[in-house]
Write a protein that binds this ligand. Structure first.
Ligand code: SF4
Ligand code: ZN
Ligand code: ZN
Length: 308
């Protein structure tokens, strides 16, 4: 039997190549929870009296995050935690995910809220895709789904007086976004897309990413060993081609050079630091149609809805 290198007692089940550790189930799950706690305190994500809304899609990342935050919250009696779920209206996919999310909320006894595209925008996402495709648009469904979902999360978080939204972006998501921003030559976006807000805007609930220092593979493993039920089927519209290629490239690099993903993550942090003071502050206006915060005159959500 190979012994766990952390406790020296139990049998190891996982070899963490980037650190050389061999971990038992208990030490592995504790190490993931510790990584989340460390990221929260390093980036000062929460105040002691925050009302935290965890954005839960029903996938492995968001449900693992919820389970971890529920555990951590016990140490912060003044903070309160709830879950918010957006039902985009994607038949055969999101309906199942919402059901799984609800099952987890009941098990954890978490206060929760579900908001649907249909009630917010008057259309399900399936209906929106049909209309956009009918107009011959070349935009990928994910590009407008992202805009509409961000608005929905912000709307529900504001309505329930949440002071932070915690999203489940993991380390792989973060470095993919970093590389994509380099490919697109967008330095200011690099400096604005860190794991925690640093620029509070009226009307926008600040977002934090407590899983930002955990590898995607380890989030999946955490969900499995904790017996968390999550949705495994991919979204029928998924497939942002370039991001997928960046993902495979990073996976190949990590396989050949364990620790590479963390190196890229730290490099992104250093670059963000350098750009921080040079990044122009964005002043938001109120959208002329819906009154929500926006960079231009009409927000992206109203533009999408007008077009369809
Ligand atoms: Fe929306 Fe794309 Fe995610 Fe599907 S994969 S839920 S379309 S962002
Ligand atoms: Zn151990
Ligand atoms: Zn608007």
């Amino acid at each position: 039997m190979v012994k766990c290198t952390a406790c020296g007692a139990r049998e190891a089940f996982y070899a963490r190549l980037y650190s050389g550790e061999k971990l038992c189930v208990k030490c592995f799950t504790e190490s993931i929870e510790d990584k989340v706690k460390a990221a929260i305190s390093r980036h000062k994500m929460f105040e002691f009296n925050d009302r935290i809304a965890v954005a839960v899609s029903g996938g492995k990342d968001s449900l693992s995050l919820l389970h971890i935050l529920v555990k951590i919250e016990r140490d912060f009696p003044k903070a309160s935690l709830c879950a918010i779920t957006v039902d985009e209206g994607i038949e055969g996919y999101r309906d199942e995910a919402v059901e799984i999310a609800l099952e987890n909320y009941r098990e954890l006894g978490v206060e929760h809220y579900v908001i649907s595209f249909k009630e917010l925008y008057g259309y399900t996402f399936d209906e929106i895709v049909k209309r956009v495709r009918g107009m011959g648009s070349k935009l990928t469904p994910c590009s407008y789904c992202g805009v509409l979902r961000r608005r929905a999360l912000n709307a529900i978080a504001r309505k329930i007086n949440a002071t932070k939204i915690a999203t489940a972006h993991n380390l792989d998501d973060e470095i993919q976004t970093f590389i994509l921003n380099i490919i697109h030559g967008d330095p200011f976006r690099i400096s604005r897309s860190g794991p925690a807000f640093d620029d509070v805007k009226p009307g926008l609930v600040p977002r934090v990413k407590p899983l930002c220092e955990v590898l995607e593979k380890e989030v999946t493993l955490y969900a499995y060993v904790k017996g968390i039920r999550f949705q495994e089927n991919p979204c029928p519209y998924a497939g942002e081609a370039l991001r997928n290629d960046v993902r495979s490239m990073l996976n190949r690099l990590e396989e050949k050079h364990p620790g590479m993903k963390y190196m890229i993550y730290r490099s992104a942090e250093r670059i963000r630091e350098v750009f921080r003071d040079k990044t122009p502050k964005i002043n938001l206006n109120q959208c002329k149609i819906c009154g929500e915060p926006t960079i231009g005159e009409i927000c992206q959500v109203c533009q999408i809805l007008q077009n369809i």
